[in-house]
Design a protein around this ligand. Sequence first.
Ligand code: X2X
Length: 334
Amino acid sequence: MKFAKLGATALTSMLAGMAMLGTVSAETFRLSHNTGDTTTWHKGAEKFNELLKEATGGEMEVRVFPNAQLSGGDQMKQAEMVSRGALDFVATSAINVTPLVPEMAVFSLPYLYSSYDEVDATTEGAAGDRMEEIMLEHNIVVLAWGENGFREVTNNARPIKTPEDMKGLKMRVAGPMYIDVMNALGANPQQMQWTETFTALQQGVVDGQENPIGAVIIPQRVYEVQKYLTTWHYSYDPIFLGVSKKLWDSWDEDTRAKVQKAATEAMDYQKQITREDTEKGIAFLREKGMEIYEPSAEEIGAFREATKPAFDTWAAKVGDELVKTFQDSISGSN
Ligand code: X2X
């Protein structure tokens, strides 16, 4: 609409009309996430904006900032900013929160999960509730769980079929727990921002990385700079949509209900498209020239065995009781 072309009177009456419809008082919140604008993370965040706008008749909207722009490119800093109310919303994955809330590493313990049913039993059950309580102690309200996914390993040196194949590989990792896992496998891990990883792979600064297929590897075109992928499913990484407690506390019941509903639906959608894209993903990656290795149950067992020291170290860090809460939800689902 071109205001310049409207007469003053027309403009005044139009603004009055908008005020009656409640559109003038629109409040825009900021949502940060740490992947690119092609990912399912971004689509889930945009869906949240869409649903929230709809539910509030345009009174509330969310501007989505990808690539951890709002935290100066530091993907681990987003949670801390939401925690102190410097950021409104965040969509990020568990591993990024571990510097602030070490317990969040529980989700990604190597080989904790072996299916989506097990994952859903935790995020939708007592385990998820417990994590939400812990996050709330850090002033982050977890509105809903979405999915980054099972993290698969890629590299440019050789096909990974056994733990021995990992030896000596320079691996980019996202967070502290994965450093220990890579060390257990004899690889050389290096912690690096996700936004810097594509170039590092391209230039051979590192040989490989690990990320989920549907949420990240495909939309961020990792296949353009990586030759080999092994579906070892070694670590699950959820994402969540969170809001600062400060902001949440400022809303009345009705507003909270609308925010909650939009968040739940947006993350359900995000999880669904992530699973669909992951399922179709292997064929797509083969078409793009990647060599995919799908290990057998027995071969997976060897990776589980080799990463056990890192599981034990981090189970102790997050606390045995929390691990047991997760394991109980998991065994209840089988
Ligand atoms: O940095 C990564 O690897 C990513 C995008 O998966 C996370 O945020 C953990």
